[in-house]
Design a protein around this ligand. Structure first.
Ligand code: FNR
Length: 191
């Protein structure tokens, strides 16, 4: 483990909603992270729908290439996944699908890259089924998932303000501990 170096995590919220609670969870993660950890938000807003014809004719869109390069230069990924119909929301899966193109670049972007999943929902299930749906995706991309902690925020309406800001002290503490565990894992596994 290399101490005293900055650890950079790319934080991807799987929602386009302005008041997204998953984006809010990642904003809170940036706030509770230690000084030597940079949680850098990424947005899926400029990622187009995947279209093989577009890829064949125009290559990888600039927004996708930029995010690929940011992930490749990072120490790990934080993915805050909403759950839609018991699975991964389309915008998030779409982004991952673009980011996995072309296949020869998967190892550079995702290979052995530490990843931690978290999620929030107004429902009771805490995004557990979305987390389960992520497992084969993480596996096929060759990422290194961290399962040492879990942050699946259920019944989130009581824990977030209307603008998606986390306002619950206990969840913030859980988030800080989650982040600390993941950062230790990232540092132990640094390539
Ligand atoms: C949902 N939602 C939802 N929640 C859940 O816990 N399990 C589910 O299967 C679903 N399914 C689902 C389908 C669709 C199409 C939508 C639009 C919503 C509710 C979802 O958790 C809620 O909208 C969250 O607020 C989404 O996260 P963001 O956008 O606030 O980050």
């Amino acid at each position: 483990m290399r101490a005293n170096t900055m650890t950079t995590l790319i934080a991807i919220p799987g929602s386009l909603r302005r008041e997204s609670i998953n984006a809010g969870l990642l904003r809170a993660a940036a706030e509770v992270s230690p000084d030597d950890v940079r949680v850098e938000p990424a947005s899926l807003r400029r990622i187009p729908l995947y279209d093989g014809d577009r890829e064949a004719e125009h290559g990888i869109p600039a927004s996708v290439q930029k995010l690929k390069d940011r992930i490749a230069a990072s120490d790990g990924l934080l993915i805050a996944t909403p759950e839609y119909n018991n699975g991964i929301p389309g915008v998030l899966k779409n982004a991952i699908d673009w980011l996995s193109r072309p296949p020869r670049d998967i190892a550079r972007v995702f290979g052995d890259r530490p990843v931690a999943l978290l999620g929030a929902t107004p429902g009771r299930g805490g995004t557990a089924l979305a987390h389960a749906a992520w497992l084969p995706v993480i596996r096929v991309l060759g990422m290194r998932p961290w399962f040492g902690g879990s942050l699946q925020v259920a019944q989130a309406r009581q824990l977030f303000n209307g603008d998606g800001t986390l306002n619950d002290a206990e969840t913030r503490e859980r988030l800080a501990a989650f982040l600390q565990g993941f950062v230790e894992f990232v540092r132990e596994n640094r390539r």
